[in-house]
Design a protein. Sequence first.
Length: 175
Amino acid sequence: MARSWYAVHTISGHENKVKELLTRRAIAERLWDYDILEILIPMEKEMTTRNGKRVEVNKKVFPGYILVKMDLTDEVFKLVKGTSGVTGFVSSGSKPVPLEQYEVDRIMSNIESSQEAPKVAFNKGDIVRVIEGPFVDYTGRIEEVNADREKLKAMISIFGRDTAVELDFAHVEKE
């Protein structure tokens, strides 16, 4: 059988533990680099604001799943299925279905592009609260988002009048 990528369903939040455990078990069974070649947890970088500071966090693209490149023999199937934290394969009936190469290529390219450009967490019409600067604790509705400059324009009610204010992404958080 040809080596293909398979989606393995895990307990959500245990993807890293499953990857580590499956790697150790494959090495112990002498299947690593022969039948199991690679284990991937697709992640993308995202900029968020925590405690008033901009922080880059890794976010799982497919929570509860890992991707495994392997030659699916009976021995490998039993090893993966018997790993603690694995709940099964993405399958058709009882037979695991390999991912198409174009799907894997698209996932890989999305991961690479997300590392180049952080995702914008703000959209026109969102309500935001100012957490830093002269307008602290004011809330307003976003009118315009400029992702390149990492700024947005929000309409904030000051003294009973809506005023357009330009703010940095780091100075606001979603309400």
